[in-house]
Design a protein around this ligand. Structure first.
Ligand code: MSP
Length: 486
């Protein structure tokens, strides 16, 4: 039986979720929900969680003047409850300070060590705590700052353990050659290929005397470099007899900033440990807010909980995911979001469901029997065929990670149905020719059923309301408003 395993990156806990992290998580959630409809709940696993063994954590706990443990449990709680509040259907939430993670990571590190891919050396380099990464001189800005955080990097020299990444250069190139669609979109694959071809250097994987972190099992005074253990969280989560079969089906949905860790370092570590590689990686783009990078210092960080309180969880999801094609960068603006809600959700989805259900209630007395079409009628009906074509298009798009195209196609079905309503003026027709009007109602009902089915993954909260609206078309009232006008 086919299985699918989707995972978001695990999030640093030095801040709370913003629309960038919500975007990645809701995208993964939407994809996981889609596959559950296709493969069954038991064959889809969706993992998210928090990355806690980081210097950032220590700094943030110090700023908050509380102990690291207290800080971690408070922040992990915030991330988990935020995701639950915005209706993220994760199956597992992993924290890298959990015992299960330490156990798995130490076992894998031992295997890599036994395979002679870890050795001791001295590291001298420039380190950015913001990225938790070393930089080459050539990667820094002209004034020697980190290219992402634009802050000075730290000069570090210490005894470290190193992972023989360089040894895997050819194997990685061969893997990419054989699996051309493994990393998407293509532009990200090209970046990674040229990074590998430019020559891989061994990477330092330990810190001497770090305050927090997972001890290197054979030299516990050294703690593992946070990225070395963090990328293994995906394996920790399935490291049980029942869950193991999910592993080779893992698809990482990540931001474009962390492809090197997921598409070079992790695969090389897995090769060394003798484990199968992930099934694939999709790297999405970044949100800016009104054209600016989102940052605490600019004070333009958008809180997903505020958006959801104002517009609802479904609007948050579909509003973010339809802003720009998954894989590209794009912009968020409160005005565009409000306009999307007004025209597409209230004026589009909500209005269509309301109109059709009210008409059926009024003219058919809520009797749905004449709305049922048999297979032959459906196959001979142009409108229904057009709906089915769009339905298929949505499925093909989401399977190819084209989330915006999936949502645009959903709205094309709404447009088709509205067009049919208006061209037939069915509300007038029903007064003069009930039989002809009933046929149109049946077509419109067919469209609503397709829209309800796709709402399972695109508008999961509305899906329930839609199901109950279609279940009992006499149930028309205020409470059945899907997206009230604001
Ligand atoms: N902890 C690491 C990931 C470890 S995975 C083994 C990390 N955490 S993060 O919290 O900084 O970022 C998590 C994800 O959020 C990244 O994929 C990043 O790309 C994404 N985003 C952060 N800001 C974003 C935007 N403004 N827009 C879209 N996604 C962004 O990196």
């Amino acid at each position: 039986m086919t299985q699918k395993y989707f995972a978001t990156p695990i999030y640093y806990v030095n801040g709370k979720p913003h629309i960038g992290s919500a975007y990645c998580t809701l995208a993964t959630d939407t994809i996981a929900r889609y596959w559950r409809t296709k493969l069954g709940n038991e064959n889809v696993l969706f993992l998210t969680g928090t990355d806690e063994n980081s210097q950032k954590t220590i700094d943030a706990a110090e700023n908050a003047a509380i102990s690291i443990e207290e800080y971690l449990s408070r922040m992990a709680g915030t991330w988990k409850s935020t995701f639950m509040d915005v209706n993220v259907s994760f199956n597992d939430f992993i924290r890298t300070t959990e015992a299960r993670h330490t156990k798995t990571v130490q076992a894998i590190a031992q295997t890599i060590h036994k395979n002679d891919d870890i050795y001791k050396g001295t590291y001298k380099g420039k380190y950015c705590t913001g990225c938790e990464a070393f930089y080459k001189e050539a990667d820094l800005t002209e004034d020697g700052c980190c290219p992402t955080h634009l802050k000075p990097v730290k000069e570090i020299e210490e005894e470290n353990y190193f992972f023989r990444l360089s040894k895997y250069q050819d194997a990685l190139l061969e893997f990419y050659e054989k699996n051309p669609n493994w990393l998407q979109p293509t532009k990200r694959k090209n970046e990674i290929l040229s990074f590998i071809k430019s020559g891989l250097e061994d990477v330092s994987i330990s810190r001497e005397g770090a305050e927090i972190g997972i001890p290197i099992p054979w030299a516990p005074e050294h703690k593992m470099y946070v990225w070395f253990e963090a990328v293994l969280n995906y394996y920790t989560a399935i490291d049980t007899e029942e869950q193991k079969s999910f592993w080779p089906n893992l698809v990482n949905i990540i931001g474009k900033d962390i492809t090197r860790f997921h598409c070079v370092m992790l695969p090389a570590m897995l090769m060394s440990a003798g484990l199968p590689l992930q099934a694939g990686v999709f790297a999405h783009g970044f949100f800016t807010v009104n054209g600016h990078k989102m940052s605490k210092s600019l004070g333009n960080v958008v809180d997903p909980l505020e958006l959801s309180a104002q517009y609802g969880n479904d609007a948050l999801r579909i509003g973010l995911l339809s802003s720009f094609e998954f894989g590209n960068d794009g912009d968020f603006s409160a005005d565009n979001f409000a306009e999307f809600y007004r025209s597409k959700l209230a004026g589009g989805v909500g209005n269509l469901f309301n109109r059709v259900v009210v008409l059926i209630h009024k003219f058919l007395d809520g009797d749905k029997t004449p709305l049922v079409m048999n297979t032959k009628e459906i196959s001979e009906n142009t409108f229904c065929q057009n709906v089915l074509i769009k339905n298929e298009k949505m499925k093909t798009a989401i399977e190819a990670y084209k989330l915006k195209e999936t949502i645009d196609t959903y709205f094309e079905i709404i447009a088709l149905a509205n067009e049919r309503l208006n061209e037939t003026e069915v509300w007038k027709l029903a007064k003069t020719d009930k039989e002809a009007a009933t046929k149109i109602f049946a077509e419109l009902f067919f469209a609503l059923e397709a829209l309800t089915e796709a709402a399972t993954f695109l508008l999961p909260e509305s899906h329930e309301k839609m199901t109950s609206m279609l279940g009992d078309v006499n149930n028309v009232g205020e409470k059945m408003q899907l997206f009230p006008q604001k």
